[in-house]
Ligand binder design. Structure first.
Ligand code: BLA
Length: 314
């Protein structure tokens, strides 16, 4: 009996919090709300045959265990795009997040549009990139196809948003020569510096989508699909946001959210496991190392020069 009444109270409390949140939100916008509005609008302008992807009930407007933090999720697909998905967290001054990923269908070798913008009361973490689908150093023609002409844009923004110091060394293989990795100090930098960069990078990516032609070569399609799967496997397993998400939503919901929404495709695009792609994480008992990184932190400075050559100072 007791648990029943507790339950009802919980539900009412959550409804109350939601109503309160939607009032305060009208006055007090999330730090990255304009970014997401811009992205959804641009997507609709540029991309044909776009439609909303259904989102499982448990992932729409997720209220956290603290009763106040709210994660809003949305997802779209189109003829060329397998998934556009956005997760934005609004926990007031304590935490604001925009995590956006856009993956093309495997008939295209388009890079993956990626943002990880995380702002707490004391710091900002900015990752903005068109993550290459194929290894840049081993495939110079891939680099030329998508990145060479964007270097002036990257050089401009890497001055405005300087390199954010050492990072997980493994991550570098997923980044392109135009990546912006930065930790701006001021909240105003988000609007004044990060927003223009975000707009330009998204426009650049959407222009690639405009002209992209699908391949019919089955070998190329499966190569692209495996590259997506490997990428999603990396992120679903080693994402730096996992601890925070587990704290907000509890382990179980966090795990479903990561594999079904955040990194959707990790369970459907391939059958290989994490260790097939990243054997260096193999422990002697056959399990996956719990460490986020086996290489540690590296790359104190931007490892690409202004011509996009990988030339790290170690
Ligand atoms: C930090 N996120 C980071 C960092 C990177 C990325 C490079 C810096 C810490 C590090 O070096 O690992 C982003 N890393 C990426 C991306 C790729 C990659 C995009 O390998 C792509 C291949 N992030 C979220 C969500 C939360 C979040 C939802 O997406 C929170 C709920 C948080 N990101 C987050 C936090 C940190 C972070 C808290 C700091 C963690 C730390 O410093 O260890």
């Amino acid at each position: 009996k007791k648990s029943r009444s507790n339950n009802r109270w919980d539900l009412e409390a959550i409804r109350g919090v939601r109503a309160e949140l939607s009032c305060t939100r009208a006055k007090n916008k999330g730090l990255y709300d304009d970014f997401l509005d811009f992205a959804v609008e641009k997507l609709h302008q540029h991309v044909q045959e776009i439609s909303k992807l259904p989102i499982q009930d448990e992932f729409s407007n997720m209220v956290a265990l603290d009763g106040v933090s709210l994660t809003k999720n949305c997802a779209y697909e189109s003829a060329k795009i397998r998934i556009f998905r956005a997760a934005s967290i609004d926990a007031g001054n304590a935490l604001q997040v925009l995590n956006l990923a856009i993956c093309a269908r495997p008939e295209y070798d388009l890079p993956i549009f990626c943002t990880d913008f995380v702002s707490t009361a004391s710091r900002n973490i900015i990752v903005l990139d068109l993550n290459p689908l194929h290894n840049i150093e081993q495939n110079p023609e891939y680099k030329d196809k998508y990145f060479s002409e964007l270097l002036p844009m990257a050089n401009k923004y890497s001055q405005i948003l300087p390199w954010g110091d050492k990072l997980t060394a493994e991550s570098i293989q997923f980044f392109s020569p135009i990546v912006i990795w930065s930790r701006p100090h001021q909240r105003e930098d988000i609007q004044n510096k990060v927003f223009p960069a975000f707009q330009d990078y998204l426009e650049a990516w959407l222009q690639m989508v405009d002209i992209a032609q699908p391949t019919t070569n089955p070998e190329q399609i499966s190569k692209n699909q495996e590259a997506h799967h490997r990428y999603l496997m990396w992120r679903a397993t080693k994402d730096p946001g996992r601890n925070m998400l587990a704290r907000l939503y509890g382990e179980q919901l966090c795990e479903r959210y990561i594999s079904e929404f955040m990194f959707n495709g990790v369970n459907t695009l391939g059958t290989k496991g994490f260790l097939d792609y990243f054997p260096e994480y193999n422990m002697s008992d056959g399990s996956i190392s719990k460490q986020r990184s086996v290489l540690g932190r590296s790359y104190e400075q931007r490892p690409w020069d202004s011509s996009g050559h990988f030339n790290p100072v170690l």
